[in-house]
Design a protein around this ligand. Sequence first.
Ligand SMILES: Cc1ncc(COP(=O)(O)O)c(C=O)c1O
Length: 372
Amino acid sequence: MHITELRTPAVLVDVNKVRSNITRMQAAATANGVRLRPHAKTHKSPVIARWQIEQGAVGVCCQKLGEAEVLAAAGIEDIRLPYPVSPTNADRVVRLLDRTRLSLIVDHPLVARGWSDAMHAAGRTLDVLVKVDVGYHRCGIDPALPDAGAFVAQVGTLPGLRLTGLLSHAGHAYQAQSDEELRAIAAAEARLLHQVAHAARAHGATIEEISVGATPPARFSVREKGITELRPGNYVYFDRMQVGLGSATLGDCALTVLATVVTKHLDRVIFDCGSKTLAMDQARGASQPGHGLVFSGLDTVAPDDNLRIEQLSEEHAKVRVLNGSTRLEPGDRVRVLPNHACVVSNLVNEIALVEGDQVIDRLAVAARGMIT
Ligand SMILES: Cc1ncc(COP(=O)(O)O)c(C=O)c1O
């Protein structure tokens, strides 16, 4: 079936690009002796998680327990939650431990104590890593605090918990302006993690794992000494933001939105993909503003620089025709590269798997909306 036979808006995922993105990241990890544990929040699909594991990934990450429940039910056997899950969910974690190897993070004494009490009471042992704030200032212990190492070691003594190591997410890398900046972020992240690991070991802790994860600095992090695990998520699809950050080329981007031109006026055309399809994320790092990049053909080779997605309402994309005229007419199909693929895949029940312009299968986004 040709993609133009699909109802729109439709989310298309090019299978060959996904497979080569998976292979390339796995090869980089393997060549550097680093375990790859992709973040499944991007695809939310046990099928794609399985492709990653078949290529050598040790397991996957999920952000939320709801995602982990879907993946575990589908047979994914090793899941890590690098998210500060609340111990109020202990019953769900105990059930998940019956199905899969599960680990999560802690970065606060009360939360660590909560998990310890719950696991001890349930007679279970939960693997935990301490999250370290390496500059994003979202979650994680402050590595500069004099008691950072002592806190990690303390977690290692709590009943019901098994401390396996340290984990970080350099989300601030999304603001980097250059490769040099990304390289420096990756180096600083590794240095801070080693510093905390050293202090924790001095307090008697056993630190086996040093886990980092974000797509933009991944190509630099993978070469940092002492890193044991890489957890990129977005790399499986890539998007306009990653192209802007130098993590990918346009040709690597696997996820696109197929839309229809629904009307046309003097200086603008309207596509049927609004914020409920493309999402409102901006493309940090992109050279031009806009809610995605419009391709000039259905083949996703070259952008149409004459079109800018200027504004989204829920179901409309208002597309400015910059030089005053476009060949597009109502009824025409267009392909759009979203700014941020992870949020787009969470907005649809299923994606169309494509090879070029042919639809070869449909795939449910099985953990879509599983945000608890
Ligand atoms: C804790 C954590 N680890 C890993 C990732 C994966 O990062 P990316 O989407 O840049 O690949 C994320 C993304 O938000 C995250 O929050």
